[in-house]
Write a protein that binds this ligand. Structure first.
Ligand SMILES: *[C@@H]1O[C@H](CO)[C@@H](O)[C@H](O)[C@H]1NC(C)=O
Ligand SMILES: *[C@@H]1O[C@H](CO)[C@@H](O)[C@H](O)[C@H]1NC(C)=O
Length: 454
Protein backbone atom coordinates (compact mmCIF):
# COMPACT_ATOMS: atom_id res chain seq x y z
CA UNK A 1 0.00 0.00 0.00
CA UNK A 2 1.02 3.61 -0.15
CA UNK A 3 2.38 2.81 -3.61
CA UNK A 4 -1.01 3.30 -5.15
CA UNK A 5 -0.07 6.54 -6.89
CA UNK A 6 3.58 5.79 -7.62
CA UNK A 7 3.90 4.58 -11.20
CA UNK A 8 5.88 1.35 -11.58
CA UNK A 9 9.44 2.22 -12.56
CA UNK A 10 9.14 0.28 -15.81
CA UNK A 11 6.47 2.56 -17.32
CA UNK A 12 7.72 5.26 -19.65
CA UNK A 13 5.50 7.85 -17.95
CA UNK A 14 7.57 8.88 -14.94
CA UNK A 15 6.69 11.48 -12.35
CA UNK A 16 9.11 13.90 -14.04
CA UNK A 17 7.13 13.50 -17.23
CA UNK A 18 3.92 14.18 -15.38
CA UNK A 19 5.27 17.30 -13.72
CA UNK A 20 6.66 18.43 -17.06
CA UNK A 21 3.25 17.97 -18.69
CA UNK A 22 1.53 19.88 -15.91
CA UNK A 23 4.01 22.72 -16.20
CA UNK A 24 3.39 22.87 -19.94
CA UNK A 25 -0.35 23.10 -19.38
CA UNK A 26 0.14 25.84 -16.81
CA UNK A 27 2.43 27.85 -19.10
CA UNK A 28 0.02 27.52 -22.03
CA UNK A 29 -2.82 28.62 -19.78
CA UNK A 30 -1.04 31.72 -18.53
CA UNK A 31 0.24 32.76 -21.95
CA UNK A 32 -3.27 32.41 -23.34
CA UNK A 33 -4.60 34.55 -20.53
CA UNK A 34 -1.92 37.17 -21.09
CA UNK A 35 -2.60 37.21 -24.82
CA UNK A 36 -6.32 37.49 -24.17
CA UNK A 37 -5.80 40.42 -21.91
CA UNK A 38 -3.41 42.28 -24.15
CA UNK A 39 -5.75 41.86 -27.11
CA UNK A 40 -8.77 43.04 -25.21
CA UNK A 41 -9.38 46.72 -25.84
CA UNK A 42 -10.01 48.47 -22.58
CA UNK A 43 -13.48 49.75 -21.93
CA UNK A 44 -14.94 52.31 -19.65
CA UNK A 45 -16.52 49.54 -17.63
CA UNK A 46 -15.73 50.47 -14.07
CA UNK A 47 -13.57 47.83 -12.44
CA UNK A 48 -14.61 49.23 -9.12
CA UNK A 49 -17.88 47.34 -9.31
CA UNK A 50 -16.56 44.09 -10.66
CA UNK A 51 -14.62 41.51 -8.73
CA UNK A 52 -11.25 40.85 -10.44
CA UNK A 53 -12.24 37.28 -10.93
CA UNK A 54 -14.77 38.06 -13.62
CA UNK A 55 -13.41 41.26 -14.98
CA UNK A 56 -11.66 39.95 -18.07
CA UNK A 57 -14.62 37.78 -19.03
CA UNK A 58 -17.15 40.52 -18.58
CA UNK A 59 -15.01 42.97 -20.49
CA UNK A 60 -14.74 40.60 -23.39
CA UNK A 61 -18.47 40.34 -23.64
CA UNK A 62 -19.05 44.03 -23.33
CA UNK A 63 -16.78 45.10 -26.15
CA UNK A 64 -19.60 45.96 -28.45
CA UNK A 65 -18.76 45.50 -32.06
CA UNK A 66 -15.41 43.88 -31.33
CA UNK A 67 -15.88 40.32 -30.26
CA UNK A 68 -18.09 38.63 -27.79
CA UNK A 69 -16.64 35.67 -26.04
CA UNK A 70 -18.01 33.50 -23.37
CA UNK A 71 -15.52 32.74 -20.60
CA UNK A 72 -13.10 30.15 -21.96
CA UNK A 73 -13.52 28.07 -18.84
CA UNK A 74 -15.95 25.28 -19.68
CA UNK A 75 -17.09 26.73 -23.00
CA UNK A 76 -14.08 26.47 -25.32
CA UNK A 77 -12.57 29.28 -27.34
CA UNK A 78 -15.21 29.40 -30.05
CA UNK A 79 -18.59 27.97 -30.87
CA UNK A 80 -18.13 24.65 -32.56
CA UNK A 81 -21.45 22.84 -32.65
CA UNK A 82 -23.42 20.61 -34.95
CA UNK A 83 -27.15 20.82 -34.43
CA UNK A 84 -29.65 18.75 -36.35
CA UNK A 85 -33.05 20.37 -36.81
CA UNK A 86 -35.90 17.92 -37.35
CA UNK A 87 -37.87 18.62 -40.51
CA UNK A 88 -41.65 18.96 -40.36
CA UNK A 89 -42.04 16.40 -43.18
CA UNK A 90 -39.73 13.87 -41.63
CA UNK A 91 -41.66 13.14 -38.45
CA UNK A 92 -45.37 12.40 -38.56
CA UNK A 93 -47.13 14.71 -36.08
CA UNK A 94 -44.54 17.48 -36.03
CA UNK A 95 -46.77 19.67 -38.20
CA UNK A 96 -49.48 19.46 -35.54
CA UNK A 97 -47.08 20.99 -33.02
CA UNK A 98 -46.16 23.70 -35.53
CA UNK A 99 -49.48 24.64 -37.16
CA UNK A 100 -52.29 23.00 -35.18
CA UNK A 101 -54.77 20.25 -36.07
CA UNK A 102 -55.96 21.78 -39.32
CA UNK A 103 -52.67 23.42 -40.19
CA UNK A 104 -54.14 26.91 -39.96
CA UNK A 105 -51.95 28.58 -37.35
CA UNK A 106 -49.54 30.87 -39.14
CA UNK A 107 -45.93 31.15 -37.97
CA UNK A 108 -46.02 34.86 -38.94
CA UNK A 109 -48.54 35.32 -36.13
CA UNK A 110 -46.59 33.18 -33.68
CA UNK A 111 -43.35 35.11 -34.14
CA UNK A 112 -44.86 38.23 -32.54
CA UNK A 113 -45.31 38.96 -28.88
CA UNK A 114 -43.60 37.70 -25.80
CA UNK A 115 -43.65 34.04 -26.90
CA UNK A 116 -42.09 34.66 -30.31
CA UNK A 117 -38.87 32.97 -29.22
CA UNK A 118 -40.29 29.57 -30.12
CA UNK A 119 -40.41 30.62 -33.79
CA UNK A 120 -37.33 32.82 -33.81
CA UNK A 121 -34.95 30.21 -32.38
CA UNK A 122 -36.20 27.64 -34.90
CA UNK A 123 -35.81 30.00 -37.87
CA UNK A 124 -32.36 31.11 -36.71
CA UNK A 125 -31.21 27.51 -36.37
CA UNK A 126 -32.40 26.70 -39.89
CA UNK A 127 -30.09 29.42 -41.22
CA UNK A 128 -27.29 28.80 -38.76
CA UNK A 129 -23.81 27.75 -39.80
CA UNK A 130 -23.94 25.33 -36.87
CA UNK A 131 -26.75 23.34 -38.44
CA UNK A 132 -25.94 19.88 -39.75
CA UNK A 133 -28.07 17.79 -42.10
CA UNK A 134 -26.53 14.55 -40.90
CA UNK A 135 -27.96 13.06 -37.76
CA UNK A 136 -24.94 10.82 -37.31
CA UNK A 137 -22.72 13.93 -36.99
CA UNK A 138 -24.96 15.93 -34.69
CA UNK A 139 -23.97 16.97 -31.18
CA UNK A 140 -27.51 18.10 -30.50
CA UNK A 141 -31.00 17.71 -31.99
CA UNK A 142 -33.61 20.47 -32.12
CA UNK A 143 -37.29 19.53 -31.99
CA UNK A 144 -39.27 22.50 -33.40
CA UNK A 145 -42.67 23.28 -31.96
CA UNK A 146 -44.80 26.44 -31.75
CA UNK A 147 -47.07 24.82 -29.25
CA UNK A 148 -47.58 27.80 -26.95
CA UNK A 149 -48.95 29.85 -29.84
CA UNK A 150 -50.88 26.92 -31.31
CA UNK A 151 -52.59 26.34 -27.98
CA UNK A 152 -53.35 30.04 -27.44
CA UNK A 153 -54.98 30.22 -30.88
CA UNK A 154 -57.05 27.10 -30.29
CA UNK A 155 -55.05 24.99 -32.74
CA UNK A 156 -54.64 22.14 -30.23
CA UNK A 157 -55.88 21.42 -26.73
CA UNK A 158 -53.77 20.04 -23.90
CA UNK A 159 -54.70 16.44 -24.63
CA UNK A 160 -53.88 16.79 -28.32
CA UNK A 161 -50.56 18.42 -27.48
CA UNK A 162 -49.65 15.52 -25.26
CA UNK A 163 -50.58 12.93 -27.89
CA UNK A 164 -48.73 14.81 -30.61
CA UNK A 165 -45.51 14.99 -28.60
CA UNK A 166 -45.60 11.30 -27.70
CA UNK A 167 -46.23 10.38 -31.33
CA UNK A 168 -43.38 12.58 -32.49
CA UNK A 169 -40.87 11.28 -29.94
CA UNK A 170 -41.67 7.65 -30.68
CA UNK A 171 -40.47 8.17 -34.26
CA UNK A 172 -37.02 9.40 -33.30
CA UNK A 173 -34.37 6.67 -32.94
CA UNK A 174 -31.82 9.27 -31.78
CA UNK A 175 -34.15 10.37 -29.02
CA UNK A 176 -34.32 6.76 -27.87
CA UNK A 177 -30.57 6.40 -28.20
CA UNK A 178 -29.82 9.14 -25.68
CA UNK A 179 -32.96 8.94 -23.60
CA UNK A 180 -33.56 12.48 -24.92
CA UNK A 181 -30.39 13.92 -23.34
CA UNK A 182 -29.15 15.61 -26.51
CA UNK A 183 -32.56 16.85 -27.68
CA UNK A 184 -33.54 20.50 -27.36
CA UNK A 185 -37.05 21.88 -26.82
CA UNK A 186 -38.23 25.49 -26.53
CA UNK A 187 -41.04 26.32 -24.11
CA UNK A 188 -41.37 30.09 -24.38
CA UNK A 189 -43.87 30.87 -21.62
CA UNK A 190 -44.08 30.82 -17.86
CA UNK A 191 -45.59 27.35 -17.91
CA UNK A 192 -42.26 26.04 -19.23
CA UNK A 193 -42.25 22.36 -20.15
CA UNK A 194 -45.61 21.94 -18.36
CA UNK A 195 -47.18 22.84 -21.71
CA UNK A 196 -46.49 19.19 -22.52
CA UNK A 197 -48.38 17.55 -19.68
CA UNK A 198 -46.33 14.36 -19.62
CA UNK A 199 -43.02 16.19 -19.88
CA UNK A 200 -41.72 14.54 -16.70
CA UNK A 201 -42.11 11.08 -18.18
CA UNK A 202 -40.71 11.77 -21.64
CA UNK A 203 -38.43 14.79 -21.73
CA UNK A 204 -37.20 15.06 -18.16
CA UNK A 205 -33.63 14.56 -19.37
CA UNK A 206 -33.76 16.84 -22.41
CA UNK A 207 -32.41 20.38 -22.72
CA UNK A 208 -35.22 22.87 -22.26
CA UNK A 209 -34.97 26.49 -23.35
CA UNK A 210 -37.35 28.60 -21.30
CA UNK A 211 -37.60 32.12 -19.88
CA UNK A 212 -38.81 30.71 -16.59
CA UNK A 213 -36.81 29.17 -13.81
CA UNK A 214 -39.47 28.10 -11.38
CA UNK A 215 -43.11 27.18 -11.40
CA UNK A 216 -43.52 25.53 -8.06
CA UNK A 217 -46.09 28.14 -7.06
CA UNK A 218 -48.63 26.60 -9.41
CA UNK A 219 -47.42 23.04 -9.82
CA UNK A 220 -45.91 20.68 -7.36
CA UNK A 221 -42.77 20.20 -9.42
CA UNK A 222 -40.57 22.64 -11.26
CA UNK A 223 -39.90 21.71 -14.88
CA UNK A 224 -36.65 23.66 -14.78
CA UNK A 225 -33.34 22.09 -13.90
CA UNK A 226 -30.44 24.52 -13.47
CA UNK A 227 -27.83 22.07 -14.71
CA UNK A 228 -29.35 20.94 -17.96
CA UNK A 229 -31.79 23.67 -18.99
CA UNK A 230 -31.11 27.15 -20.32
CA UNK A 231 -32.87 30.39 -19.43
CA UNK A 232 -33.55 32.47 -22.53
CA UNK A 233 -34.39 36.19 -22.78
CA UNK A 234 -37.97 37.17 -23.58
CA UNK A 235 -38.89 38.41 -27.04
CA UNK A 236 -38.78 42.21 -27.12
CA UNK A 237 -40.66 43.85 -29.99
CA UNK A 238 -38.51 44.00 -33.15
CA UNK A 239 -39.42 47.68 -33.55
CA UNK A 240 -37.43 48.42 -30.38
CA UNK A 241 -34.45 46.13 -30.85
CA UNK A 242 -33.58 47.15 -34.40
CA UNK A 243 -30.31 48.93 -35.08
CA UNK A 244 -32.18 51.23 -37.44
CA UNK A 245 -34.93 53.67 -36.53
CA UNK A 246 -36.73 52.51 -33.43
CA UNK A 247 -40.38 53.14 -32.53
CA UNK A 248 -39.28 55.16 -29.58
CA UNK A 249 -35.91 56.56 -28.54
CA UNK A 250 -34.85 56.95 -24.89
CA UNK A 251 -35.23 60.32 -23.15
CA UNK A 252 -32.41 62.05 -21.23
CA UNK A 253 -32.75 61.39 -17.49
CA UNK A 254 -33.58 65.04 -16.75
CA UNK A 255 -36.53 64.97 -19.16
CA UNK A 256 -38.27 62.04 -17.53
CA UNK A 257 -41.43 62.92 -15.72
CA UNK A 258 -41.58 60.10 -13.21
CA UNK A 259 -39.29 58.41 -10.74
CA UNK A 260 -40.70 55.01 -11.61
CA UNK A 261 -43.46 53.36 -13.52
CA UNK A 262 -45.36 50.14 -13.65
CA UNK A 263 -47.21 49.52 -16.88
CA UNK A 264 -49.42 46.52 -16.81
CA UNK A 265 -52.60 45.02 -15.60
CA UNK A 266 -53.05 43.92 -12.01
CA UNK A 267 -54.40 40.47 -12.93
CA UNK A 268 -55.22 40.11 -9.25
CA UNK A 269 -51.54 39.71 -8.36
CA UNK A 270 -50.66 41.09 -4.96
CA UNK A 271 -47.41 42.84 -5.95
CA UNK A 272 -49.09 44.55 -8.89
CA UNK A 273 -52.07 45.62 -6.81
CA UNK A 274 -49.70 47.13 -4.26
CA UNK A 275 -47.96 49.09 -7.00
CA UNK A 276 -51.20 50.42 -8.43
CA UNK A 277 -52.19 51.43 -4.93
CA UNK A 278 -48.84 53.13 -4.36
CA UNK A 279 -49.24 55.04 -7.63
CA UNK A 280 -52.54 56.43 -6.32
CA UNK A 281 -50.76 57.70 -3.19
CA UNK A 282 -47.80 59.16 -5.09
CA UNK A 283 -49.13 60.02 -8.54
CA UNK A 284 -46.27 62.39 -9.36
CA UNK A 285 -43.58 59.82 -8.56
CA UNK A 286 -44.98 56.53 -9.73
CA UNK A 287 -46.89 56.20 -12.96
CA UNK A 288 -49.22 53.27 -13.16
CA UNK A 289 -52.03 54.25 -15.49
CA UNK A 290 -55.05 52.12 -16.14
CA UNK A 291 -53.98 50.91 -19.50
CA UNK A 292 -56.26 49.11 -21.87
CA UNK A 293 -54.56 46.11 -23.38
CA UNK A 294 -57.61 45.12 -25.41
CA UNK A 295 -60.73 46.71 -26.86
CA UNK A 296 -61.08 49.98 -28.79
CA UNK A 297 -58.83 52.02 -26.46
CA UNK A 298 -56.11 49.39 -26.63
CA UNK A 299 -52.70 50.85 -26.00
CA UNK A 300 -50.59 50.74 -29.17
CA UNK A 301 -47.04 49.45 -29.15
CA UNK A 302 -45.58 52.91 -29.61
CA UNK A 303 -47.70 54.41 -26.82
CA UNK A 304 -46.65 51.66 -24.50
CA UNK A 305 -42.97 52.42 -25.03
CA UNK A 306 -43.61 56.17 -24.84
CA UNK A 307 -44.95 55.60 -21.33
CA UNK A 308 -42.19 53.19 -20.43
CA UNK A 309 -39.40 55.64 -21.30
CA UNK A 310 -40.80 58.42 -19.14
CA UNK A 311 -39.36 57.20 -15.82
CA UNK A 312 -35.91 56.55 -14.39
CA UNK A 313 -36.87 53.13 -13.09
CA UNK A 314 -39.13 50.56 -14.71
CA UNK A 315 -40.68 48.30 -12.12
CA UNK A 316 -41.00 44.68 -13.18
CA UNK A 317 -43.22 42.76 -10.76
CA UNK A 318 -44.03 39.11 -11.33
CA UNK A 319 -47.22 38.31 -13.15
CA UNK A 320 -48.85 34.98 -13.80
CA UNK A 321 -45.37 33.54 -13.36
CA UNK A 322 -42.04 34.89 -12.19
CA UNK A 323 -40.47 35.98 -15.46
CA UNK A 324 -41.44 39.33 -16.87
CA UNK A 325 -40.88 40.76 -20.34
CA UNK A 326 -40.75 44.29 -18.93
CA UNK A 327 -37.35 43.51 -17.47
CA UNK A 328 -35.92 43.07 -21.00
CA UNK A 329 -37.93 45.91 -22.54
CA UNK A 330 -36.53 48.42 -20.05
CA UNK A 331 -33.09 48.19 -21.62
CA UNK A 332 -34.38 49.55 -24.93
CA UNK A 333 -35.91 52.69 -23.40
CA UNK A 334 -33.00 52.89 -20.97
CA UNK A 335 -34.82 52.93 -17.68
CA UNK A 336 -33.21 50.88 -14.91
CA UNK A 337 -35.27 47.73 -14.35
CA UNK A 338 -36.28 46.97 -10.77
CA UNK A 339 -37.10 43.31 -10.52
CA UNK A 340 -39.88 42.63 -8.01
CA UNK A 341 -40.06 38.91 -8.57
CA UNK A 342 -38.19 36.89 -6.00
CA UNK A 343 -38.01 33.66 -7.97
CA UNK A 344 -37.08 35.11 -11.33
CA UNK A 345 -34.14 33.45 -13.10
CA UNK A 346 -32.12 35.49 -15.54
CA UNK A 347 -30.30 34.35 -18.68
CA UNK A 348 -26.53 34.05 -19.17
CA UNK A 349 -25.63 34.35 -15.50
CA UNK A 350 -22.12 33.17 -16.33
CA UNK A 351 -21.46 36.36 -18.28
CA UNK A 352 -23.81 39.08 -17.07
CA UNK A 353 -23.42 40.70 -13.67
CA UNK A 354 -26.99 41.81 -13.11
CA UNK A 355 -26.11 44.06 -10.19
CA UNK A 356 -24.41 46.38 -12.71
CA UNK A 357 -27.49 46.87 -14.85
CA UNK A 358 -30.55 46.36 -12.67
CA UNK A 359 -31.95 46.24 -9.14
CA UNK A 360 -33.74 43.36 -7.47
CA UNK A 361 -35.87 44.36 -4.52
CA UNK A 362 -37.79 42.00 -2.18
CA UNK A 363 -41.38 41.74 -3.35
CA UNK A 364 -42.44 41.70 0.32
CA UNK A 365 -41.23 45.32 0.59
CA UNK A 366 -43.29 47.01 -2.09
CA UNK A 367 -44.36 50.33 -0.55
CA UNK A 368 -43.16 53.84 0.31
CA UNK A 369 -39.82 52.37 1.40
CA UNK A 370 -39.18 51.29 -2.18
CA UNK A 371 -39.87 54.76 -3.58
CA UNK A 372 -37.67 56.39 -0.92
CA UNK A 373 -34.87 53.99 -1.76
CA UNK A 374 -35.11 54.65 -5.49
CA UNK A 375 -35.11 58.41 -4.86
CA UNK A 376 -31.90 58.08 -2.84
CA UNK A 377 -29.92 56.69 -5.79
CA UNK A 378 -27.80 59.43 -7.38
CA UNK A 379 -28.29 60.11 -11.10
CA UNK A 380 -24.60 59.49 -11.64
CA UNK A 381 -25.01 55.87 -10.63
CA UNK A 382 -28.10 55.60 -12.82
CA UNK A 383 -26.17 56.87 -15.82
CA UNK A 384 -23.52 54.21 -15.16
CA UNK A 385 -26.07 51.43 -14.91
CA UNK A 386 -27.79 52.61 -18.06
CA UNK A 387 -24.46 52.72 -19.91
CA UNK A 388 -23.67 49.17 -18.84
CA UNK A 389 -27.14 48.05 -19.86
CA UNK A 390 -26.71 49.63 -23.28
CA UNK A 391 -23.70 47.41 -23.88
CA UNK A 392 -25.25 44.21 -22.66
CA UNK A 393 -28.70 44.52 -24.23
CA UNK A 394 -27.53 42.99 -27.52
CA UNK A 395 -27.84 39.74 -25.60
CA UNK A 396 -31.64 40.20 -25.53
CA UNK A 397 -31.90 40.56 -29.30
CA UNK A 398 -32.65 37.47 -31.40
CA UNK A 399 -30.22 38.19 -34.25
CA UNK A 400 -28.46 35.63 -36.46
CA UNK A 401 -25.29 33.84 -35.37
CA UNK A 402 -23.24 36.03 -37.69
CA UNK A 403 -23.69 38.72 -35.05
CA UNK A 404 -21.21 38.18 -32.24
CA UNK A 405 -23.56 39.45 -29.56
CA UNK A 406 -27.14 38.26 -29.65
CA UNK A 407 -29.55 36.14 -27.65
CA UNK A 408 -29.05 33.41 -30.22
CA UNK A 409 -25.24 33.41 -29.91
CA UNK A 410 -25.65 33.36 -26.14
CA UNK A 411 -27.90 30.33 -26.39
CA UNK A 412 -25.39 28.60 -28.70
CA UNK A 413 -22.61 29.19 -26.17
CA UNK A 414 -24.74 27.71 -23.43
CA UNK A 415 -25.67 24.76 -25.64
CA UNK A 416 -22.02 24.15 -26.36
CA UNK A 417 -21.43 23.56 -22.68
CA UNK A 418 -24.17 20.92 -22.68
CA UNK A 419 -22.65 18.74 -25.38
CA UNK A 420 -21.39 15.33 -24.36
CA UNK A 421 -19.19 12.81 -26.09
CA UNK A 422 -21.55 10.03 -25.19
CA UNK A 423 -25.19 9.62 -24.30
CA UNK A 424 -27.07 6.63 -23.11
CA UNK A 425 -30.33 5.65 -21.53
CA UNK A 426 -31.68 2.76 -19.46
CA UNK A 427 -32.83 1.17 -22.73
CA UNK A 428 -29.57 1.42 -24.65
CA UNK A 429 -26.58 -0.90 -24.36
CA UNK A 430 -23.19 -1.15 -26.00
CA UNK A 431 -20.93 -4.01 -26.96
CA UNK A 432 -17.18 -4.61 -27.15
CA UNK A 433 -17.04 -3.45 -30.78
CA UNK A 434 -18.84 -0.15 -30.23
CA UNK A 435 -22.21 -1.39 -31.45
CA UNK A 436 -25.16 0.27 -29.72
CA UNK A 437 -28.02 -2.15 -29.26
CA UNK A 438 -31.41 -2.19 -27.61
CA UNK A 439 -32.61 -4.64 -24.99
CA UNK A 440 -33.25 -7.23 -27.72
CA UNK A 441 -29.66 -6.77 -28.92
CA UNK A 442 -30.88 -5.18 -32.15
CA UNK A 443 -28.23 -2.82 -33.53
CA UNK A 444 -29.05 0.88 -33.62
CA UNK A 445 -29.22 1.29 -37.40
CA UNK A 446 -31.90 -1.42 -37.50
CA UNK A 447 -34.21 0.23 -34.97
CA UNK A 448 -37.67 0.81 -36.42
CA UNK A 449 -40.28 3.31 -35.26
CA UNK A 450 -42.36 3.46 -33.23
CA UNK A 451 -39.61 3.41 -30.65
CA UNK A 452 -40.65 2.32 -27.15
CA UNK A 453 -40.61 5.40 -24.89
CA UNK A 454 -40.11 5.60 -21.13
C1 LIG B 1 -36.69 14.30 -13.37
O1 LIG B 1 -35.48 13.59 -13.31
C2 LIG B 1 -34.74 13.77 -12.14
C3 LIG B 1 -33.46 12.98 -12.26
O2 LIG B 1 -32.90 13.16 -13.50
C4 LIG B 1 -35.52 13.33 -10.94
O3 LIG B 1 -34.79 13.58 -9.77
C5 LIG B 1 -36.82 14.09 -10.92
O4 LIG B 1 -37.62 13.62 -9.86
C6 LIG B 1 -37.55 13.91 -12.21
N1 LIG B 1 -38.71 14.77 -12.17
C7 LIG B 1 -39.92 14.30 -12.33
C8 LIG B 1 -41.01 15.28 -12.18
O5 LIG B 1 -40.13 13.15 -12.60
C1 LIG C 1 -20.50 -6.35 -32.80
O1 LIG C 1 -20.63 -7.55 -32.08
C2 LIG C 1 -21.89 -8.18 -32.14
C3 LIG C 1 -21.87 -9.40 -31.22
O2 LIG C 1 -20.72 -10.18 -31.43
C4 LIG C 1 -22.20 -8.57 -33.59
O3 LIG C 1 -23.48 -9.19 -33.67
C5 LIG C 1 -22.18 -7.31 -34.43
O4 LIG C 1 -22.39 -7.61 -35.79
C6 LIG C 1 -20.87 -6.57 -34.27
N1 LIG C 1 -20.98 -5.29 -34.93
C7 LIG C 1 -20.05 -4.81 -35.73
C8 LIG C 1 -20.33 -3.44 -36.30
O5 LIG C 1 -19.03 -5.40 -35.96
Amino acid sequence: MGKLFAPPSSTPCTRTHQIGALALIAITFFTTRLLDQSLTPSTSFSSHFIGDKYESDVTRVLNDGVSVQWPSRGYGAEINLKIYVYDENEIDGLKLLLYGRDGSILPEKCVKGQWGTQVKIHKLLLKSRFRTHKKADADLFFVPSYVKCVRMMGGLNDKEINQAYVKVLSQMPYFRLSGGRDHIFVFPSGAGAHLFKSWATYINRSIILTPEGDRTDKRDTSAFNTWKDIIIPGNVDDGMTTNGVRFVEPLPLSKRKYLANYLGRAQGKIGRLQLIDLAKQFPDKLESPELKFSGPDKLGRTDYFLHLRNAKFCLAPRGESSWTLRFYESFFVECVPVLLSDHAELPFQNVVDYSQISIKWPSSRIGTQLLEYLESIPDKRLEEMIAHGRRIRCLWVYGPDSEPCSAFSGILWELQRKTRRFHHSPETFWLHNGSIVNRDLVEFYKWKPPMPLP
